[in-house]
Design a binder for this molecule. Structure first.
Ligand code: NAD
Ligand code: IPM
Ligand code: MN
Length: 349
């Protein structure tokens, strides 16, 4: 069966890292039909929108989307992101964002004295509502009385599905689920979240649940990452915690993610956690590891567990032996790392 994979390279370093992820997948010799989508900030400058009107239907005609990054100084960020990634996540109802945090051997952590044995947890980020519901507005623009409202929206059903999925993942791992909220200060949405966590815990005898305030969790993630197994958090908290997690696993270039609607046949969207990195774009020095790792998550989701494993082993071998890009202590270019992963894949097959 041929996998129909849409590719949205996007802006900045997006195309640079996605090219290497494709190279690595192609080296696996699977039947993959790639469709490259020219959407993003350049498309906006020509068409006045980030994606065509029927973009979601186009995506629904594929089995997966591999995404690079979006964001360019020429387009206001909220227009660029609400016109692409956020629209895709919400429009396809991809409610779970999985972000594995593992320090691969050979990669230096931002935490001194920590090695791969200390860093192996998974963040499950709520991905369609909460602080990213997109509900709000502005009025009295330009006056001193100007008002801007940004309303968080937490639904029982929305919280329940992501919390339950996180419990299932914890049950399949080391059996600890850490739920992050800020229900001491925000007294509605996060209190509902806490209640749903308590209710759901009753269904999962084998999972130890801890409720932690997100500020304390941020500190603990740095101080004692080894104490974490699965973390479940709201949209904004999951976003912030996974940039900390990325630093712990070697930097923004290392972190991968999968946007999923578990239990449905909706396509998954796979993307590195990092953005378009305008500060290094066009120099050929971006780390493609997060994009390659995301491609491995994609293959797993497409039912290619063996190929996904081979790709991950190839990435691990290259991290261990080099070449590495400069953000993780090497001197290699993006393409040199991608070539090395593709070679390692061929050697494994
Ligand atoms: P960023 O992740 O692009 O960059 C943060 C830092 O990490 C920079 O110093 C950058 O050089 C470094 N970095 C990022 N990716 C790297 C890689 N692959 N290899 C080595 N270093 C890497 O975040 P930002 O600067 O806050 O945002 C830049 C733009 O990207 C903004 O427009 C933002 O809205 C957008 N953004 C998009 C996504 C996405 O498309 N998924 C995610 C985050 C930010
Ligand atoms: C991420 C990014 C996005 C987010 C931005 C670009 C909207 O930071 O995927 O982590 O906040 O979800
Ligand atoms: Mn982010």
């Amino acid at each position: 069966m041929t996998h129909r994979v849409a590719v949205l390279p996007g802006d900045g370093v997006g195309p640079e890292v996605v090219a290497e992820a494709r190279k690595a997948v192609d080296a696996l010799g699977l039947a993959v039909a790639w469709t490259e989508l020219p959407w993003g900030s350049a498309y906006y400058r020509e068409n006045g929108r980030m994606m065509p009107e029927d973009a979601l239907d186009t995506l629904r005609g594929h089995d997966a989307l591999l995404l690079g990054a979006v964001g360019h100084p020429s387009v206001p960020d909220h227009i660029a992101l609400w016109g692409t990634i956020l629209e895709i996540r919400q429009g396809l109802d991809l409610w779970a964002n999985l972000r594995p945090c593992r320090l691969l051997p050979g990669i230096p952590s931002s935490l001194e004295g920590r090695g791969p044995e200390d860093v192996d947890f998974l963040v499950v980020r709520e991905n369609t509502e909460g602080e990213y519901a997109g509900v709000g507005g502005r009025s009295h623009e330009g006056h001193d009385s100007e008002v801007a409202l940004e309303t968080s929206v937490f639904t029982r059903a929305g919280v329940r599905r992501v919390v339950r999925y996180a419990f299932e993942l914890a049950a399949s791992r080391r059996g600890t689920l850490t739920s992050a909220t800020k229900s001491n200060a925000s007294r509605f949405g996060y209190v509902l979240w806490d209640e749903v966590v308590e209710e759901t815990a009753a269904e999962f005898d084998g999972v130890r649940i801890e409720r932690v305030l997100v500020d304390a969790l941020a500190a603990r993630m740095v101080r004692d990452p080894g104490s974490l197994d699965v973390v479940v958090a709201s949209n904004l908290f999951g976003d912030i915690l996974t940039d900390i997690a990325a630093a712990i696993q070697g930097g923004m270039g290392m972190a991968a993610s999968a946007n999923l609607a578990p239990g449905s046949d909706t396509i998954g969207v796979f993307e590195p956690v990092h953005g378009s990195a305008p500060d290094i774009a066009g120099q050929g020095i971006a780390n493609p590891s997060g994009a390659i790792w995301s491609a491995s998550l994609m293959l797993e989701h497409l039912g290619e567990a063996e190929a996904a494993g081979a790709l991950m082993r190839a990435l691990e071998a290259v991290c261990a032996e080099g070449p590495r890009t400069r953000d993780v202590g090497g001197e290699a270019t993006t393409a040199e790392v991608g070539d090395a992963v593709a070679d390692a894949v061929s050697a494994l097959r």
